[in-house]
Design a protein around this ligand. Structure first.
Ligand code: IYR
Length: 230
């Protein structure tokens, strides 16, 4: 059955139909959601077990529900399970990381990273069954063949990546945000069009049975918030 409709600025709008919960339900649901997200960890040790492609499709669809500047949806999610491509990506990423760790990164940066146990070895790029490489669409080509810049591209794609990460976690899988810098090699290896720039690389899979994560804590509510009440 068609819902109510309305014309605003000459464009059709449909009645918003969202969930409505009691206050108790809201408190319970928000707490459960927080607890679930709080159990997420960036994991660097993956199992090579395959996962169904439907799961990858669903988590990409979840990311694609993100809000974006002028609803341009300026993102493309490339899902790679092809071993040859994964090997090429690992090789190129490690080459950049060797430069990063050995000369581009400052002493302070290396010291800040030490607790996380990262290094130039990116074997997870070959072991994880899927790599999702997120590209941002900096511009689109209009009907007249002209370049038209998209709006708030970094914000939009960043939000979509957050939703992707939470969808991966919700499926019981793990990931980590990998940003080999510079990332141009991803456009070349995956033969991406000129309006796209690599934004983030996320290996996706099950955690390895013997996976360890850093013993670090999150900031408390008091540290991450300020409330302005009367
Ligand atoms: N890109 C490098 C270095 C690195 C940088 C930051 I900031 C991190 O939080 C983690 C790693 C790498 O992936 O190893």
């Amino acid at each position: 059955m068609a819902g109510k409709t309305k014309i605003i600025n000459g464009y059709g709008h449909i009645a918003y139909e969202g969930d409505h919960f009691t206050e108790d339900e809201m408190i319970t649901k928000s707490m459960e959601y927080y607890n679930s997200l709080d159990s997420r960890r960036s994991v660097r040790h993956f199992s090579n077990s395959m996962i169904p492609i439907e799961v990858i499709e669903n988590i990409i669809k979840a990311a694609g529900t993100a809000p974006s500047g002028a609803h341009k949806q300026p993102w493309k999610f490339c899902a790679v399970s092809n071993s040859e491509l994964k090997s090429k990506i690992r090789e190129a990423a490690e080459k950049e990381e060797q430069e990063n760790y050995n000369s581009r990164m400052s002493e302070r940066w290396l010291k800040d990273l030490a607790p996380l146990g990262t290094d130039t070895n990116k074997e997870f790029l070959e072991i994880a069954p899927w790599l999702i490489i997120v590209f941002k669409e900096v511009y689109e080509i209009d009907d007249a063949g002209e370049k038209q810049n998209n709006y708030y591209v970094n914000e939009s794609v960043g939000i979509a990546c957050g939703m992707l990460i939470s969808a991966i976690h919700n499926a019981g899988l793990v990931t980590l945000t990998h940003t080999p810098s510079p990332m141009n090699f991803l456009s070349e290896i995956l033969n991406r069009p000129k309006n796209e720039r690599a934004f983030l690389l996320l290996p996706v899979g099950y955690a390895a049975e013997n996976a360890f994560v850093p013993d670090i804590a999150r900031k408390k509510l008091e540290e991450i918030s300020d409330f302005y009440k009367k």
